[in-house]
Design a protein around this ligand. Structure first.
Ligand code: NDP
Length: 396
């Protein structure tokens, strides 16, 4: 039985709070803190209605380390689950170090003024976390997170050698808006407008943004969809941790409508992250665009259709070539019925809760800073299937 502190009350924070509340045997006491108290209060009311449990809520600016330290000292959690934005990763890790508390997040750090996410900033905490005897688990959402664990599972259970991994993420759902992003618009647009990049034979190869695409046949009635090669953060850790892998790529589906809107927004400068002078003050166009777009959590109510995220892996087992696909299908409307969320928030929040559960129950307890594929995938794969994200394996 443990106390947890969740930072961030957006789409993902809502799911993490609901899913932790569903497992009182492990998450005995939950505090949800964010910048806007009203968002925490709304989540608390929904959880009370669904589970009869009462969360504590708090207001915090997680960029402010002393504020975070004060909150941690007051709440006394065994673990801080960071589902605010990637910008908060380092201050929250600093606060965990100062208070001797474990840490978990779902997205790696990137500096606000440069759209370049990398693990180097967080990996630099490894020795300090180890020395303090505390653990940080990085990137424990779906992608990164469950996709890394799919790879570790494949390595453990299915292959003697892995040659190639293609991580494929499809949202075959519809939210009814002309243009919206499924998680924080600022983080999402920064990610997909970057140059593409993949790993091959020990080298990183760059491609023009969204220039490489092909058609992929998705299972369970989703059918053929165009997938686009992107650089995604799990590629960096998998290239280090999946020994002998020759090629690693990440793909995501986008509709023609989405890409057309994005192209127009880019062409007119609305996705810029540098400040622009406007009527006597400075504004960052992408932050302004975020204010105009629907809040991702608000998409949940009318979302229909499914997501399919999986890993297509080729390699060798017992001297024979093997091709294997492991995936999850998640239904937007079912997520809404269960926790008032859409499937993108749900597929991120459930692995975060399951990772937290492994840390709190001791199945994953190792001082230092770790990516999810560095831990035993077996308990995670068992528990995640029982808590809303069943997975399917097929040999091709
Ligand atoms: P939202 O924008 O919906 O929510 C972010 C929350 O963080 C908001 O409640 C916001 O508060 C809060 N927040 C922002 N800055 C601060 C701060 N300085 N101090 C305290 N709270 C703050 O984002 P999502 O829920 O969609 O995404 C959350 C995280 O999950 C992101 O890091 C995203 O990259 C990650 N993610 C990971 C995925 C994966 O599979 N690994 C997939 C999808 C998302 P306020 O509203 O008051 O500003």
């Amino acid at each position: 039985m443990a106390r947890v502190l969740i930072i961030g009350a957006g789409g993902v924070g809502n799911v993490v709070a609901h899913k932790c509340a569903q497992v009182p045997a492990v998450f005995e006491h939950i505090t949800l803190a964010s910048r806007t108290p009203a968002k925490c209060a709304a989540i608390r009311a929904d959880i009370k209605k669904r589970t009869k449990r009462t969360l504590d809520i708090a207001t915090v600016d997680a960029d402010n380390v002393p504020q975070m330290v004060k909150l941690i000292k007051r709440v006394k959690p065994a673990l801080v689950i960071n589902v605010a934005l990637p910008y908060q990763d380092l201050p929250i890790m600093d606060a965990c170090l100062a208070t001797g508390v474990d840490y978990l997040d779902t997205a790696n750090y990137e500096p606000p003024n440069k759209a370049k996410f990398e693990y180097k900033w967080q990996w630099a905490y490894r020795a300090r976390f180890k020395k303090a005897g505390i653990m940080a688990l990085l990137g424990c959402g779906f992608d990164p997170g469950m996709t890394n664990i799919f790879c570790a599972w494949a390595q453990k259970m299915h292959f003697d050698a892995i040659n190639t991994i293609d991580i494929i993420d499809a949202n075959a759902g519809s939210h009814g808006h002309a243009f919206a992003t499924n998680f924080n618009p600022e983080i999402n647009i920064r990610e997909i407008t970057q140059r593409g990049k993949y790993f091959e034979n020990g080298r990183w190869i760059e491609t023009a943004p969204l220039s490489v695409h092909e058609t992929f046949e998705f299972p369970e009635g989703i059918g053929p969809k165009e997938i686009y090669l992107l650089y995604h953060e799990e590629l960096e850790s998998l290239a280090k941790n999946i020994k002998g892998v020759k090629r690693l790529r990440f793909w995501m589906t986008f509709s023609e409508n989405y890409l057309t809107h994005l192209r127009v927004l880019q062409n007119v400068g609305m996705t810029r992250i540098d400040p622009v002078a406007f009527e006597g003050r400075e504004i960052v166009p992408l932050k302004f665009l975020k204010a105009l777009l629907p809040d991702p959590a608000s998409l949940a109510k009318n979302y229909t259709g499914k997501t399919c995220i999986g890993c297509l892996i080729e390699g060798v087992k017992d001297g024979r070539p093997k091709k294997y696909f492991v995936y999850n299908i998640c239904d937007h409307a079912a997520c809404y019925r269960e926790v008032t969320a859409q499937a993108i928030s749900y597929t991120t929040g459930v692995p975060a809760m399951i990772g937290a559960l492994q840390m709190l129950t001791g199945a994953w307890q190792r001082p230092g800073v770790w990516n999810t594929e560095e831990l035993d995938p077996a308990p995670f794969m068992r528990d995640v299937a029982q808590h809303g994200l069943p997975w399917t394996e097929v040999l091709l």
